[in-house]
Design a protein around this ligand. Structure first.
Ligand SMILES: NC(=O)c1ccc[n+]([C@@H]2O[C@H](COP(=O)([O-])OP(=O)(O)OC[C@H]3O[C@@H](n4cnc5c(N)ncnc54)[C@H](O)[C@@H]3O)[C@@H](O)[C@H]2O)c1
Length: 254
Protein backbone atom coordinates (compact mmCIF):
# COMPACT_ATOMS: atom_id res chain seq x y z
CA UNK A 1 0.00 0.00 0.00
CA UNK A 2 1.40 3.45 -0.90
CA UNK A 3 0.97 6.27 1.61
CA UNK A 4 -1.08 8.43 -0.76
CA UNK A 5 -3.58 5.54 -1.01
CA UNK A 6 -4.03 5.47 2.77
CA UNK A 7 -7.19 6.56 4.55
CA UNK A 8 -6.38 6.12 8.22
CA UNK A 9 -8.11 6.45 11.57
CA UNK A 10 -5.64 7.30 14.36
CA UNK A 11 -6.83 7.14 17.98
CA UNK A 12 -5.18 9.27 20.67
CA UNK A 13 -4.18 11.65 17.87
CA UNK A 14 -3.87 14.71 20.11
CA UNK A 15 -1.01 13.12 22.09
CA UNK A 16 2.69 12.84 21.31
CA UNK A 17 2.94 9.65 19.25
CA UNK A 18 -0.52 9.88 17.63
CA UNK A 19 0.15 13.44 16.50
CA UNK A 20 3.50 12.46 14.97
CA UNK A 21 1.82 9.64 13.02
CA UNK A 22 -0.89 12.01 11.74
CA UNK A 23 1.68 14.62 10.67
CA UNK A 24 3.83 12.07 8.87
CA UNK A 25 0.94 10.47 6.95
CA UNK A 26 -0.62 13.82 5.98
CA UNK A 27 2.70 15.15 4.70
CA UNK A 28 2.84 12.16 2.34
CA UNK A 29 -0.70 12.78 1.03
CA UNK A 30 -2.81 10.36 3.12
CA UNK A 31 -6.35 11.08 4.30
CA UNK A 32 -6.64 10.93 8.10
CA UNK A 33 -9.42 10.91 10.67
CA UNK A 34 -7.72 11.96 13.92
CA UNK A 35 -9.69 11.17 17.07
CA UNK A 36 -9.15 11.75 20.76
CA UNK A 37 -10.94 12.77 23.97
CA UNK A 38 -8.93 16.03 24.03
CA UNK A 39 -10.79 18.39 21.70
CA UNK A 40 -8.38 21.30 22.31
CA UNK A 41 -5.50 19.08 21.23
CA UNK A 42 -7.37 18.08 18.07
CA UNK A 43 -8.11 21.75 17.20
CA UNK A 44 -4.47 22.55 17.68
CA UNK A 45 -3.50 19.62 15.42
CA UNK A 46 -5.86 20.87 12.70
CA UNK A 47 -4.14 24.29 12.77
CA UNK A 48 -0.71 22.63 12.65
CA UNK A 49 -1.73 20.63 9.55
CA UNK A 50 -3.59 23.30 7.62
CA UNK A 51 -0.85 23.59 4.95
CA UNK A 52 -0.32 19.84 4.46
CA UNK A 53 -1.21 18.04 1.23
CA UNK A 54 -3.37 15.26 2.70
CA UNK A 55 -6.89 15.72 4.11
CA UNK A 56 -7.48 15.84 7.85
CA UNK A 57 -10.73 15.37 9.72
CA UNK A 58 -10.88 15.43 13.52
CA UNK A 59 -13.48 14.10 15.92
CA UNK A 60 -14.05 13.51 19.61
CA UNK A 61 -14.04 9.77 20.30
CA UNK A 62 -13.69 8.02 23.64
CA UNK A 63 -12.53 4.58 22.52
CA UNK A 64 -14.00 2.94 25.64
CA UNK A 65 -17.53 3.93 24.54
CA UNK A 66 -19.22 1.75 21.91
CA UNK A 67 -21.40 4.63 20.67
CA UNK A 68 -18.40 6.93 20.13
CA UNK A 69 -16.50 4.17 18.35
CA UNK A 70 -19.37 3.49 15.92
CA UNK A 71 -19.86 7.23 15.20
CA UNK A 72 -16.13 7.68 14.60
CA UNK A 73 -15.87 4.87 12.06
CA UNK A 74 -19.15 5.86 10.36
CA UNK A 75 -17.75 9.39 10.04
CA UNK A 76 -14.63 8.11 8.25
CA UNK A 77 -16.79 6.27 5.70
CA UNK A 78 -19.21 9.21 5.25
CA UNK A 79 -16.63 12.02 5.03
CA UNK A 80 -13.49 10.34 3.71
CA UNK A 81 -15.23 7.65 1.63
CA UNK A 82 -13.36 4.68 3.12
CA UNK A 83 -10.76 3.56 5.64
CA UNK A 84 -7.93 1.08 5.02
CA UNK A 85 -5.66 1.68 8.04
CA UNK A 86 -6.59 1.77 11.74
CA UNK A 87 -3.93 2.79 14.26
CA UNK A 88 -4.96 1.85 17.81
CA UNK A 89 -2.66 4.33 19.54
CA UNK A 90 -4.70 5.89 22.41
CA UNK A 91 -3.53 4.73 25.80
CA UNK A 92 -3.17 5.77 29.43
CA UNK A 93 -0.61 5.11 32.13
CA UNK A 94 -1.84 4.89 35.77
CA UNK A 95 0.99 3.41 37.77
CA UNK A 96 0.60 1.72 41.13
CA UNK A 97 1.69 -1.52 42.78
CA UNK A 98 -1.02 -4.13 43.36
CA UNK A 99 -0.61 -3.64 47.11
CA UNK A 100 1.72 -1.51 49.21
CA UNK A 101 2.32 -0.41 52.78
CA UNK A 102 1.62 3.25 53.54
CA UNK A 103 3.86 5.19 56.01
CA UNK A 104 1.60 4.05 58.91
CA UNK A 105 2.15 0.40 58.03
CA UNK A 106 -1.35 -0.03 56.61
CA UNK A 107 -1.57 -2.13 53.46
CA UNK A 108 -3.45 -0.51 50.58
CA UNK A 109 -4.60 -2.39 47.48
CA UNK A 110 -4.70 -0.94 43.96
CA UNK A 111 -8.19 0.56 43.50
CA UNK A 112 -10.33 -1.49 41.11
CA UNK A 113 -11.32 1.69 39.25
CA UNK A 114 -7.65 2.41 38.52
CA UNK A 115 -7.09 -1.13 37.21
CA UNK A 116 -10.29 -1.00 35.14
CA UNK A 117 -9.55 2.39 33.55
CA UNK A 118 -6.21 1.11 32.22
CA UNK A 119 -7.64 -2.17 30.91
CA UNK A 120 -10.65 -0.39 29.38
CA UNK A 121 -8.54 2.17 27.55
CA UNK A 122 -5.52 0.13 26.51
CA UNK A 123 -7.13 -3.23 25.79
CA UNK A 124 -10.93 -2.99 25.44
CA UNK A 125 -10.72 0.30 23.46
CA UNK A 126 -8.57 -1.20 20.67
CA UNK A 127 -10.87 -4.25 20.62
CA UNK A 128 -13.96 -2.02 20.15
CA UNK A 129 -12.30 0.02 17.38
CA UNK A 130 -11.11 -3.11 15.60
CA UNK A 131 -14.44 -4.93 15.91
CA UNK A 132 -16.25 -1.93 14.43
CA UNK A 133 -13.89 -1.52 11.48
CA UNK A 134 -14.15 -5.25 10.73
CA UNK A 135 -17.91 -4.80 10.29
CA UNK A 136 -17.01 -2.62 7.29
CA UNK A 137 -14.02 -4.62 6.05
CA UNK A 138 -15.23 -8.24 6.09
CA UNK A 139 -18.31 -7.78 3.87
CA UNK A 140 -16.18 -6.16 1.16
CA UNK A 141 -14.12 -9.34 0.65
CA UNK A 142 -10.34 -9.55 0.32
CA UNK A 143 -8.81 -6.09 0.39
CA UNK A 144 -5.48 -4.70 1.55
CA UNK A 145 -6.33 -3.37 5.02
CA UNK A 146 -4.10 -2.85 8.06
CA UNK A 147 -4.43 -2.55 11.83
CA UNK A 148 -1.49 -1.25 13.88
CA UNK A 149 -1.64 -1.65 17.67
CA UNK A 150 0.64 0.59 19.72
CA UNK A 151 1.79 -1.56 22.63
CA UNK A 152 4.73 -1.00 25.00
CA UNK A 153 7.97 -2.66 26.11
CA UNK A 154 6.22 -2.76 29.52
CA UNK A 155 4.24 -5.73 28.14
CA UNK A 156 7.17 -7.80 29.42
CA UNK A 157 6.18 -6.86 32.98
CA UNK A 158 7.29 -3.93 35.07
CA UNK A 159 7.21 -3.12 38.79
CA UNK A 160 4.41 -0.68 39.63
CA UNK A 161 2.79 -1.16 36.22
CA UNK A 162 0.88 -4.44 36.52
CA UNK A 163 -2.32 -3.01 34.97
CA UNK A 164 -0.44 -1.22 32.18
CA UNK A 165 1.82 -4.21 31.50
CA UNK A 166 -1.14 -6.62 31.47
CA UNK A 167 -3.09 -4.36 29.10
CA UNK A 168 -0.17 -4.16 26.66
CA UNK A 169 0.64 -7.90 26.89
CA UNK A 170 -3.05 -8.51 26.14
CA UNK A 171 -2.81 -6.17 23.16
CA UNK A 172 0.18 -8.15 21.83
CA UNK A 173 -1.94 -11.32 22.07
CA UNK A 174 -4.73 -9.57 20.17
CA UNK A 175 -2.27 -8.56 17.43
CA UNK A 176 -1.23 -12.15 16.94
CA UNK A 177 -4.79 -13.55 17.21
CA UNK A 178 -6.38 -11.03 14.83
CA UNK A 179 -3.59 -11.45 12.27
CA UNK A 180 -4.38 -15.18 12.21
CA UNK A 181 -8.16 -14.66 12.20
CA UNK A 182 -8.29 -12.13 9.38
CA UNK A 183 -5.37 -12.79 7.02
CA UNK A 184 -7.77 -14.61 4.68
CA UNK A 185 -9.49 -11.23 4.10
CA UNK A 186 -6.19 -9.52 3.19
CA UNK A 187 -6.04 -7.82 6.59
CA UNK A 188 -2.64 -7.41 8.25
CA UNK A 189 -2.33 -6.78 11.99
CA UNK A 190 0.96 -5.49 13.38
CA UNK A 191 2.02 -4.26 16.82
CA UNK A 192 4.64 -1.70 17.77
CA UNK A 193 6.28 -1.85 21.21
CA UNK A 194 7.93 1.47 22.03
CA UNK A 195 10.46 1.97 24.80
CA UNK A 196 10.61 5.45 26.32
CA UNK A 197 9.49 8.21 23.93
CA UNK A 198 9.37 11.93 24.70
CA UNK A 199 5.63 12.66 24.81
CA UNK A 200 3.18 14.13 27.34
CA UNK A 201 2.72 10.59 28.77
CA UNK A 202 6.42 10.31 29.54
CA UNK A 203 6.27 13.60 31.47
CA UNK A 204 4.51 11.65 34.26
CA UNK A 205 7.76 9.85 35.02
CA UNK A 206 10.02 10.85 37.89
CA UNK A 207 13.36 12.25 36.62
CA UNK A 208 15.22 9.38 38.32
CA UNK A 209 13.07 6.71 36.61
CA UNK A 210 13.44 8.42 33.25
CA UNK A 211 17.23 8.55 33.57
CA UNK A 212 17.29 4.90 34.60
CA UNK A 213 15.24 3.88 31.56
CA UNK A 214 17.53 5.89 29.27
CA UNK A 215 20.62 4.29 30.82
CA UNK A 216 19.26 0.85 29.78
CA UNK A 217 19.23 1.86 26.09
CA UNK A 218 22.11 1.68 23.64
CA UNK A 219 21.02 5.00 22.12
CA UNK A 220 21.30 6.69 25.57
CA UNK A 221 18.26 8.84 24.87
CA UNK A 222 14.48 8.67 24.67
CA UNK A 223 12.84 8.08 21.29
CA UNK A 224 11.41 10.95 19.28
CA UNK A 225 7.79 10.53 18.18
CA UNK A 226 8.63 11.11 14.48
CA UNK A 227 10.93 8.05 14.67
CA UNK A 228 7.96 5.89 15.60
CA UNK A 229 5.92 7.50 12.79
CA UNK A 230 8.61 6.33 10.35
CA UNK A 231 8.10 2.75 11.56
CA UNK A 232 4.34 3.10 10.97
CA UNK A 233 5.11 4.27 7.44
CA UNK A 234 7.38 1.25 6.85
CA UNK A 235 4.71 -1.15 8.10
CA UNK A 236 2.17 0.42 5.73
CA UNK A 237 4.54 0.13 2.78
CA UNK A 238 5.72 -3.45 3.44
CA UNK A 239 2.95 -6.03 2.93
CA UNK A 240 5.18 -8.84 4.25
CA UNK A 241 4.97 -7.61 7.87
CA UNK A 242 2.09 -9.16 9.83
CA UNK A 243 1.19 -10.82 13.12
CA UNK A 244 4.23 -9.58 15.04
CA UNK A 245 4.87 -6.82 17.56
CA UNK A 246 7.98 -4.88 16.57
CA UNK A 247 10.18 -3.36 19.30
CA UNK A 248 11.47 0.21 18.89
CA UNK A 249 13.41 1.14 22.00
CA UNK A 250 16.88 2.43 21.12
CA UNK A 251 18.34 -1.02 21.79
CA UNK A 252 16.97 -1.12 25.34
CA UNK A 253 17.45 -4.05 27.69
CA UNK A 254 14.14 -4.03 29.50
N1 LIG B 1 5.60 7.73 25.45
C1 LIG B 1 6.13 6.57 25.76
O1 LIG B 1 7.22 6.50 26.34
C2 LIG B 1 5.40 5.30 25.42
C3 LIG B 1 6.08 4.09 25.64
C4 LIG B 1 5.44 2.90 25.33
C5 LIG B 1 4.17 2.91 24.81
N2 LIG B 1 3.51 4.08 24.61
C6 LIG B 1 2.16 4.00 24.07
O2 LIG B 1 2.03 4.87 22.97
C7 LIG B 1 0.67 5.31 22.85
C8 LIG B 1 0.64 6.83 22.71
O3 LIG B 1 1.17 7.38 23.91
P1 LIG B 1 1.85 8.82 24.02
O4 LIG B 1 3.17 8.64 24.62
O5 LIG B 1 1.68 9.57 22.74
O6 LIG B 1 0.91 9.42 25.16
P2 LIG B 1 0.06 10.77 25.21
O7 LIG B 1 -0.47 10.83 26.58
O8 LIG B 1 0.85 11.89 24.67
O9 LIG B 1 -1.12 10.46 24.16
C9 LIG B 1 -2.14 9.54 24.42
C10 LIG B 1 -3.42 10.12 23.84
O10 LIG B 1 -4.46 9.17 24.04
C11 LIG B 1 -5.63 9.91 24.37
N3 LIG B 1 -6.60 9.08 25.07
C12 LIG B 1 -6.52 8.61 26.34
N4 LIG B 1 -7.63 7.92 26.64
C13 LIG B 1 -8.42 7.95 25.53
C14 LIG B 1 -9.70 7.42 25.22
N5 LIG B 1 -10.41 6.73 26.13
N6 LIG B 1 -10.20 7.62 23.99
C15 LIG B 1 -9.49 8.33 23.07
N7 LIG B 1 -8.29 8.88 23.30
C16 LIG B 1 -7.77 8.68 24.53
C17 LIG B 1 -5.13 11.05 25.25
O11 LIG B 1 -6.07 12.10 25.32
C18 LIG B 1 -3.83 11.43 24.55
O12 LIG B 1 -4.02 12.45 23.59
C19 LIG B 1 -0.04 4.78 24.09
O13 LIG B 1 -0.79 3.63 23.77
C20 LIG B 1 1.09 4.44 25.04
O14 LIG B 1 0.73 3.43 25.96
C21 LIG B 1 4.10 5.27 24.91
Amino acid sequence: MFINEVTAIITGAAGGIGRAIVLDLLQKGAKVLACDVQEDGLNDLAVQCSEFKGSLLTTFCDITQEGDVKSCIDLAYQQLGSCNVLVNNAGILRDGKLAQLDPNGECIGLPLAQWASVIDTNLTGPMLMTREILLHWLPSGTQSNLIINISSMSAKGNSGQSAYSASKAGLNALTSSWAKEFSEYGIRVVGISPGLFDTPMALNLEEEDRNKMISFTLAKRAGRPYELAKLVETIILCDFISGKTIEIDGGGSF
